[in-house]
Design a protein around this ligand. Structure first.
Ligand code: HEC
Length: 186
């Protein structure tokens, strides 16, 4: 009997909580749940790209690039690439300067190099993910290559202080060039 009463008292005390704060507690719980649900796409996005992509800036940093076999399957940025911008970079003698080593059948482009293979038709020979690795760091495939790593900052020698810790091309520039080269030969 005594036990029964004390149990009832405890119950009563539990329900003595003023209704307003009970509502507040429920509201807090619902709000926390809603926040988790709304953040879910961001978590999912981060997971989808190997949890390496920076959710804020949407780029993969040079040290976080993941190589799978002879390719980099995940684009370096979620920004949309543009093949026309990529073409301009490839032809730009001051920036990429690709034609000092490579040939590309473009009218009016003289003095092209033959150190590297011709870029004509490269999109038919290589998948975009394979082209990406060759641009990012060809030395992963051939350690003594003359092709400069365009998206690597570590393990470089004789880098001028102005260019230290800066890759030759930005993530979107790499993706633009991947888009352009992938269109060659198709
Ligand atoms: C200093 C010379 C040099 C420069 C500059 C250069 N490359 Fe290369 N590239 C090479 C060489 C050499 C290879 C051959 C790969 C090797 O050495 O194993 C190559 C390979 C490649 C490949 C792979 C081609 C294939 O068929 O396998 C691509 C794609 C490529 N380069 C694109 C570029 C682009 C785009 C640029 C400019 C942004 C560029 N390269 C600048 C020398 C260069």
């Amino acid at each position: 009997m005594r036990q029964g009463r004390s149990q009832r008292q405890r119950c009563e005390r539990r329900w003595e909580v003023p209704p307003a704060s009970r509502h507040l507690a429920w509201f807090a719980r619902v709000a926390a749940f809603a926040l988790l649900v709304s953040l879910q796409p961001i978590f999912a996005q981060a997971q989808a790209v190997g949890a390496k992509i920076d959710v804020v800036s949407n780029i993969v940093a040079p040290d976080d690039v993941e190589v799978v076999a002879d390719a980099i399957p995940v684009p370096l940025t979620t920004e949309h690439p543009d093949a026309r911008r990529g073409r301009a970079i490839v032809l730009d003698r001051a920036n990429g300067n690709c034609l000092i080593c490579h040939q590309l059948s473009v009218p009016g482009e003289q003095f092209q190099g033959t150190i590297g293979p011709p870029l004509d038709g490269v999109g038919a020979r290589l998948m975009p993910a394979q082209i990406r690795l060759r641009l990012v760091d060809q030395s992963r495939l051939s350690p003594l290559t003359l092709m400069p790593p365009l998206y690597r900052t570590g393990h470089l020698t004789r880098v001028d202080a102005r260019y230290r810790d800066k890759p030759v091309l930005s993530p979107i520039e790499i993706e633009d060039v991947v888009a352009f080269l992938s269109s060659l030969g198709k």
